[in-house]
Design a protein around this ligand. Structure first.
Ligand SMILES: [Zn+2]
Length: 82
């Protein structure tokens, strides 16, 4: 069975789904969501990709809706070299 490949909303890198963080929109708010139904947006596990996705408004574009992004989501990224 093929491994699902997704693109990072920040840098555009394609990677196996399991390597990426998944987000989805709930009532207009972006939340980390490993397995909710429907449309998801992905980033690498690097804070720089999250920041880049934010500045590109890539979450809105990928999810096809306007989402508010809580900056506490940055805490999901634990890398030091971002
Ligand atoms: Zn990335």
């Amino acid at each position: 069975m093929a491994v699902p490949i997704r693109s990072c909303a920040g840098c555009g890198r394609k990677a196996p789904k399991a390597e990426l963080l998944r987000f989805a929109g709930f009532s207009g708010e972006l939340r980390a969501s490993p397995a909710s139904p429907g449309r998801g947006a992905y980033t690498c596990r690097r804070l720089s990709c999250f920041e880049r996705a934010l500045s590109l408004r890539a979450f809105n574009r990928t999810l096809r809706t306007q989402v508010r992004v809580d900056t506490a989501l940055r805490d999901l990224y634990t890398d030091a070299d971002g």
